[in-house]
Every structure is written in structure tokens, then in C-alpha cells.
Design a protein around this ligand. Structure first.
Ligand code: PLP
Length: 398
């Protein structure tokens, strides 16, 4: 039977095309043409999950107690480990019974939060550019998105004064994310204080995405929203094990903060999913308890790739800001070239995959994001191929 007369729901049809899916098609085509791809497009860490985590998972897999449906709110043991980790890391106490909720990855939670808290027509504040779930989640919920445009001249900082008074009054939720994907920008603690005061003043639910909590370099320590006095009254913060612990495929994240908001999200999720396989929650506990030396190694891996690629790009004419955190370089397109054109030119001429900045909203136009997800040798090959193809940044044309 042909069902082509049934179209997807309006909420799906209204979504702007997902650039990563389009990029996947282009990559598949390039592979068919025999190109050896160097994929620096996704935020998908290369390499393996740490051995102690794999061992903990293998052990937990053999325990039949883990084989049934897990508890909706996650295992008590994982929630307690989250609370202990949080206190150790940020000096903030959390009640594991109501202020921490495991998630099937933070992307799921960020989107479900929008479904749990936004009615059709509600107004939500989202920086632009942003990680797509921050605006796509609200769009799926039928909300209206007010973009807070981020600008290179402000080093991609959110300017709260740029939000019109009537918009601030009407807004119900605000998403934000520092250290930032895609720009690699970081925000000082004073910004967190300002945004908490702003959200309290206008009664806005603050949603902070601290995805890159541990991928910070040169002594920089990212701030957690909940470190700020009064933040727990109006905010929640999302975390993930995907990046720090190379566990992107395991789908383990969590949200912490305001208990009423977490309860609302939990109620929605109770109707949608059963949570994370208990054996993986057990392994995730091991990840959060890994010794500091593991984190130092990860940080070193990314910061050396960052420095290597920045100096290689400099030889090709680029000046790239050195990010203090994340796993990305945010690189300007050559003068006169849009981000899609540039990403396509790079892919077709070199087999190197980079993400066009407009995948993160129109505020990302004019830039591409390069993920630091390959060893130095491979990054050198990518640089060599750019040079051979004559792809450079000519500042004189800017
Ligand atoms: C800012 C941000 N939040 C969330 C995610 C998704 O992480 P997870 O694997 O936990 O869904 C990503 C992944 O790239 C991200 O960059």
C-alpha cells in the first residue's frame, strides 16, 4: 500500500532542514566517488571509551537485575553519584531524589524540556548561532523563537541588553551554552550572575547546557549555572558523558537543578521512554569517578590538536581564535564565500568534512566549525590537502 498521501505532521514539516543530515548524504556520495574522507564535521569524539568504563559495563551486563526496565527516574545509585560528582566539582549540593535526572543523552533532554515547558505560541530566547536542539526543540513544541544574535566583534557573548524589554517580559524559557558549541566562546562568571538576575527579574526558566564542562584548557574552569546564588530557583543545567568520556553512542546524560522543572520533564519522559539501560547507568557511575589524570589526558589531547591545527591554518593565511574550551575551531570562511559553499568546496577538493556555520542558525553564516576529532597525523594530512588544493584565507580580500 502506498502511503504517500499521508504527510508528516506540521511540526515536522515546519522544521528547517537538518544540515547534518544533508552533510551525511554528501559524505556518502563523496565516499562512493572513492574519496578518503577526513571527517571533522560532527562533534563525535574519536577513540574508545575508557577501559574501566567498558569493564564496569561488561560486569553490569552479566547481572540479570539490570536486564529489566530501569526505573523511570534512573537508578538511585547513578543519581547519588551525580550529586556527589556535582558537589566535588562545583561545591553545589543536590538532592539526588529530586534535583538530578538521568537522560538518554542531553539532546533528548533539551528537546523534551521544550515539550514539557513550552505551549504552542510561547516565546523562547535562544542565542544564534546555537546547538540545533536549543532552537529545534522549541520549534517542535510550536514555540516562537527569539534569536539573540551573537556577534564576532563581541566574541560571541550574549548581550542581554540587546533583548527588547517587551520580548524579555514575554519570554518563558531561555537556552544558553558556555563553553559554546559552535563558536568555542566561553563566558565569565559575571555573565552567569547577570543572566541569573535577568531570568529572576523577568521570571524566565533558564536552561544551561554545560556539555563541554571538562573539555577546558590552559587552566580555564567553566562555570556551572548552579554555582550562582539563586540559580536553582529558576534554572536547570544539562550535562553529558558523550564528550568527556568518549561515550557518545552510549546515550548517557543528565539534568540537574530546579526540582519542579525536573519533575515536569520527568512526567513527560515517563510517557515517552524508559530511560537508560541500567547496566549503562552503572558504567556511567564509573566514568564520573575516574581519576583526574584521565581528564588531564583528554584535555591535553584536545588542546594539542587545537594548537596544531591553529598553527597549520595560520600558514594558510587564517587567524583563528584559540578557544579555551570545547572540541571545536570556529574558522572564518574566505572572503566572499558563504559557509555552505566553503564547506562544499573543501569537501569536494580535499575530502575534509567541516560543518557550515549556518547549520547552527543564520548567525553562524560566514564561519565553519572544525571538530578536533582526529590525531595530529590526520590533521596534518587535512592541512596538506588544503594547501595542495589552493584553499587559503586571503586577508587582503577581506
Ligand atoms: C552543546 C551541546 N549540547 C548537547 C549535545 C548532545 O550531547 P548528547 O550526546 O548528550 O546528546 C551536543 C553534541 O554535540 C552539544 O554540542
Amino acid at each position: 500500500m502506498v502511503l504517500d498521501w499521508i504527510g508528516p505532521a506540521d511540526r515536522v514539516q515546519a522544521l528547517p532542514p537538518y544540515v547534518f543530515a544533508r552533510l551525511d548524504e554528501l559524505k556518502a556520495r563523496a565516499r562512493e566517488q572513492g574519496l578518503d574522507l577526513i571527517d571533522l564535521g560532527m562533534g563525535n569524539p574519536d577513540g574508545a571509551t575508557p577501559e574501566p568504563v567498558i569493564e564496569a559495563a561488561a560486569k553490569a551486563l552479566r547481572n540479570p537485575a539490570n536486564h529489566g526496565y530501569p526505573p523511570f527516574e534512573g537508578t538511585g545509585s547513578f543519581r547519588r553519584t551525580i550529586a556527589t560528582w556535582y558537589e566535588r566539582r562545583y561545591g553545589v549540593k543536590l538532592d539526588p531524589e529530586g534535583e538530578a535526572l538521568p537522560l538518554l543523552g542531553s539532546k533528548e533532554g533539551l528537546t523534551h524540556l521544550a515539550l514539557a515547558y513550552l505551549n504552542p505560541g510561547d516565546l523562547v530566547l535562544v542565542p544564534n548561532p546555537a546547538y540545533p536542539a536549543h532552537f529545534r526543540g522549541p520549534l517542535i513544541a510550536g514555540a516562537r523563537v527569539h534569536s539573540i544574535m551573537l556577534k564576532p566583534e563581541n566574541d560571541w557573548a550574549i548581550d542581554l541588553n540587546s533583548i527588547p524589554e517587551d520580548v524579555a517580559r514575554e519570554a518563558k524559557v531561555m537556552y544558553f551554552n558556555y563553553p559554546n558549541n559552535p563558536t568555542g566562546a566561553t563566558a565569565p562568571r559575571e555573565f552567569f550572575e547577570e543572566v541569573v538576575a535577568f531570568a529572576r527579574h523577568y521570571s524566565i526558566l533558564l536552561v544551561h547546557d554545560l556539555c563541554y564542562a571538562e573539555l577546558a584548557f590552559d587552566g580555564y574552569q567553566p562555570t556551572s549555572l548552579l554555582e550562582i546564588d539563586g540559580a536553582k530557583d529558576i534554572g536547570v543545567e544539562f550535562h553529558t558523558l558523550s564528550k568527556t568520556y568518549n561515550m557518545a553512542g552510549w546515550r548517557v546524560g543528565f539534568v540537574v537543578g530546579n526540582r519542579h522543572v525536573i519533575q515536569g520533564l520527568r512526567t513527560l519522559k515517563t510517557n515517552l521512554d524508559y530511560g537508560i539501560f541500567a547496566a549503562l547507568q552503572s558504567a556511567a557511575e564509573t566514568a564520573l569517578q575516574l581519576p583526574e589524570i584521565y581528564l588531564e589526558k583528554v584535555q591535553k589531547r584536545y588542546s594539542s590538536r587545537r594548537d596544531f591545527l591553529i598553527s597549520g591554518l595560520e600558514k594558510l593565511g587564517w587567524t583563528v581564535r584559540k578557544p579555551l574550551a570545547t572540541m571545536y575551531l570556529w574558522v572564518p570562511c574566505p572572503p566572499g564565500m558563504g559557509s555552505t559553499d566553503f564547506a562544499l568546496t573543501v569537501l569536494q577538493n580535499t575530502g575534509v568534512v567541516v560543518t557550515p556555520g549556518n547549520a547552527f542558525g543564520e548567525g553562524g553564516e560566514g564561519f565553519v566549525r572544525i571538530s578536533l576529532i582526529a590525531e595530529l597525523e590526520r590533521l596534518q594530512t587535512a592541512l596538506d590537502r588544503l594547501e595542495e588544493a589552493g584553499i587559503r584565507f586571503d586577508a587582503k580580500l577581506a
